[in-house]
Design a protein. Structure first.
Length: 143
């Protein structure tokens, strides 16, 4: 491999038949990789964790799943897990990635004492807020 080429792109050109006798054009591989990187960066830039945290610190107490005896600091990692995971998985429906999120909850929860059965509701709420134009927008299919 050369030092001037992204190893991922070079690997793709080794696996795919690239050139005049193939349907794959080297420029297409580069454009596809660049487009994916820009799209991922743009989605991440649209999310302001401080805005999300402020929203949920105010809204969590109005949620049916939130116990009045449990402070926001217990739910905060679950909300953060929802918006951070959404950035990784994109616009998939929550139920499509819930099993994987459940497996990752122990590592993501930090000092929170919430079990996944409690945390998943907050995680789903944060996820759905990003999937929908409005949290109560039923047309997006995420509520």
């Amino acid at each position: 491999m050369s030092n001037n080429v992204d190893p991922k792109l070079e690997l793709a050109s080794e696996v795919l038949p690239v050139g005049k006798d193939s349907d794959v054009h080297p420029l297409g591989i580069g454009i596809g990789a660049a487009t994916g990187a820009v799209a991922g960066q743009s989605a991440a830039e649209l999310l302001d964790p401080a805005v999300e945290d402020a929203y949920w610190s105010e809204a969590y107490g109005k949620r049916e799943y939130a116990s009045r005896d449990t402070p926001y600091t217990e739910y905060q990692p679950a909300f953060r897990y929802g918006w951070e995971s959404h950035a990784r998985f994109g616009r998939q429906a929550f139920h499509e990635v819930e099993t994987e999120l459940e497996r990752g909850w122990e590592a993501a929860k930090g000092k929170s004492k919430l079990a996944w059965a409690q945390a998943k509701h907050a995680t789903r709420d944060a996820w759905n807020r990003l999937n929908c134009s409005k949290p109560a927008d039923a047309s997006c299919g995420c509520h």
